[in-house]
Design a protein around this ligand. Structure first.
Ligand SMILES: Nc1nc2c(ncn2[C@@H]2O[C@H](COP(=O)(O)OP(=O)(O)OP(=O)(O)O)[C@@H](O)[C@H]2O)c(=O)[nH]1
Length: 622
């Protein structure tokens, strides 16, 4: 815990009329974190010499990837230029921009009265600009439209000011133009926050109600819960109650972030700050939940709480089976800080002991996998991600399938798969290729609108399974990087889905089972058996590789029996090549897994299972 700087006064309960709670929403990379940095600097809460880029992005991965994963809140004192005597308290919440973390954005929005809608002046409106704007409108927030990066030579502030004004329904002149990088226009923006965003209203003498909009695990202090007080007040040392679970805790510490933690006696109406109760697990302090006092507490929770729902599942297995206990421990630790992460043990005949892990989306999966590998030093195999299917049998029984190998056998009545409503924004010259891509992915077009002469918004319903692999990459490559995508789950649909099994020498390899649309099953089968034939070395006997739907074989390849001498093919005297082959064979032997009677090199699993492989690119990863 860093020492509290002496120049920062102990926060008292602030007059709500002087509070402004706002967040910054934007498409990814449009500059939210940089703008937040400038505000920290201008308001003097972070001294110049301590300033570093993206001050609020604290996780290594956040800093390296330049993305915000967890929301952050910070309290900024600001006396508007026209009246320097009235210092206001601006509570700024920096939100994540990626679709996987939309729930965090919507919780952050619910903690605010207004928002800065930030748009890159060289790029214009993108898919997440729209998605976030709609969320803000649903929450009745005051919107301040801002163009960022006006210092860029490629910026077109006039053109995009008009686009943005049309979108939010204001005059182009009302759109502020700033450069978060150089600081131009940021003071004027802070003045606009004070002038335009309404002060919070709440009932000061009502039972306390505070909304949790974030909750993070800190190894020294346990869970730190970020709240916005709506009504009443929360005081240090009182007992508080989480309204969704009824659990009670003592409030060991309460305070604000400036941006380091600064403890206080309590928080009143409209204030944003943190709570520490000593609990060790973020699941006890869930985003969206309402906190109240235990005695004379509120009876009605604030609306909007929902459990984060995993959308994508993948099996995670340690490369070295003896690392299984470490993997369990690492997942337990990550879960302390990530209420959306769910997992349960699973075993695979091919991969051994591991876990089936549920994620909010592919970025979430990537981030978790990377953290497991980097922070916990684990080498992992991740099976191809799949969505959750609901299978209804003819006898009326129902199965929820999170692992393709558990797809039920027998008489199936209907299979349901999750669908999303996708919004794609792109220059109009790409309409044709975007429609083709969506059509190929079983998309149903919902509509299309021109945002300006040369930019369109295209809306589709798409099966989630069709976009979890490589949809975004394909979209980017078909539009030379210009398209942006946002999607939200909209329910489920019945589809003709089948399970494709892969058999090695007659034995089913569970890790390779996949659920696909029946029209894509054949292609999947052919691709996988061909790839496995390439990757599995010859054995002492002939090994058939088959793809099958139920008992019907749809593709087959054969690995011919081995010749005794691995060097037999090595004619001539290239000694270094021979040595390499022998070395490779030795290395390979160490990392073989037995699948039935067939030895399969670990690399074959990795190559086939890694998600970019399954993306249909057909390229083998070496
Ligand atoms: N030239 C210029 N570059 C900027 C400006 N603002 C941000 N950038 C750059 O744009 C990139 C993205 O900025 P970030 O602040 O990380 O964007 P973000 O919106 O927070 O991104 P996410 O957190 O991933 O959603 C960085 O390389 C910044 O240096 C600006 O005003 N001018």
């Amino acid at each position: 815990m860093p020492a509290i700087p002496s120049h920062v006064p102990e926060p008292s309960r602030t007059d709500p009329a002087l509070i402004r709670n706002f967040c910054i929403i934007a498409h990814i990379d449009h500059g939210k974190s940089t703008l937040a940095d400038r505000m920290l600097q201008l308001t003097g809460v972070v001294e110049q010499r301590q300033m570093r880029a993206q001050y609020l992005d604290r996780m290594d991965i956040e800093r390296e990837r330049g993305i915000t994963i967890k929301s952050q809140a910070v309290r900024l004192p600001w006396a508007p230029t026209h009246d320097k005597s009235k210092t206001h308290i601006l509570n700024m919440i920096d939100t994540p921009g990626h679709v996987d973390f939309t729930y965090e954005v919507s919780r952050s929005l619910a903690a605010c009265e207004g928002t800065i809608l930030l748009v890159d002046a060289a790029q214009g409106i993108e898919a997440q600009t729209l998605a976030n704007l709609y969320l803000a409108m649903e929450n009745d927030l005051t919107i301040i439209p801002v163009l960022n990066k006006i210092d860029l030579p490629a910026a077109q502030p006039e053109k995009f000011a008009e686009e943005l004004a049309n979108l939010v329904g204001c005059e182009p002149d009302d759109v502020l133009k700033v450069s978060a990088k150089t600081g131009i226009g940021v003071e004027a923006l802070l003045d606009r926050v004070v002038a335009d965003i309404p002060a919070p209203v709440g009932v000061a003498d009502a039972p306390a109600r505070a909304m949790i909009f974030d909750s993070v695990y800190d190894s020294y202090r346990g869970v730190v819960t970020y709240v916005r007080v709506i009504d009443g007040q929360l005081n240090k040392r009182e007992r508080i109650r989480m309204m969704s679970t009824g659990a009670t805790h003592e409030l060991l510490e309460i305070g604000t972030n400036s941006p380091e933690m600064l403890s206080a006696d309590g928080l009143g109406v409209g204030e944003v700050g943190y709570l520490i109760t000593g609990v060790k697990d973020v699941r006890q302090s869930k985003v969206g939940d309402t906190v109240t006092s235990q005695s004379k507490g509120a009876t009605e929770a604030l609306g909007g709480y929902k459990d984060p729902k995993p959308m994508v599942f993948s099996g995670l297995y340690p490369l070295d089976g003896s690392d299984y206990p470490e993997l369990r421990e690492a997942l337990d630790k990550l879960q302390l800080n990530d209420a959306a992460l769910v997992y349960e043990p699973e075993t695979s005949a091919a991969l051994g002991f591991g876990f089936r892990v549920g994620f909010l989306g592919l970025l979430h999966l990537d981030v978790i996998r990377e953290r497991l590998e980097r922070e916990f030093g684990l080498d992992l195999i991740a099976t191809a991600p799949n969505v959750v299917y609901r299978v209804v049998m003819e006898d009326g029984s129902e199965h929820t399938v999170t692992n393709p190998s558990e797809f039920p056998e027998g008489k199936i009545d209907e299979v349901y798969e999750p669908v999303v409503r996708a919004t794609i924004l792109a220059p109009s010259e790409f309409i044709g290729s975007i429609m083709e891509l969506c059509q190929n992915r079983r998309g149903v077009m919902l509509g299309m609108d021109y945002l300006s002469e040369d930019r369109v918004e295209i809306r589709y319903t798409l099966p989630l399974a069709e976009i979890v692999f490589d949809f975004f990459d394909q979209l980017k490559s078909k539009t030379r990087g210009y398209a942006s995508l946002d999607y939200e789950p909209t329910g489920e649909q019945t589809s003709s889905l089948v399970k494709v099994d892969i058999l090695l020498h007659g034995d089913k390899v569970d890790a390779f089972s996949a659920i696909t649309h029946k029209d894509a099953a054949y292609a999947y089968g052919v691709r996988l058996v061909a790839k496995l034939r390439e990757l599995i070395p010859r054995q002492a006997f002939e090994v058939p590789i088959q793809a099958a739907i139920g008992s019907r074989v749809i593709a087959r390849e054969t690995i011919r029996a081995i010749r005794k001498d691995v060097l037999a093919k090595c004619y001539g005297g290239d000694i270094s090549r021979k040595r390499k082959l022998l070395e490779k064979q030795k290395e390979g032997k160490k990392r073989m897994k037995m699948v039935g009677s067939v030895e399969v090199p670990q690399e074959a699993f990795i190559a086939v299972l890694s998600s970019d492989e399954n993306a249909g690119s057909g390229k083998a990863k070496k």
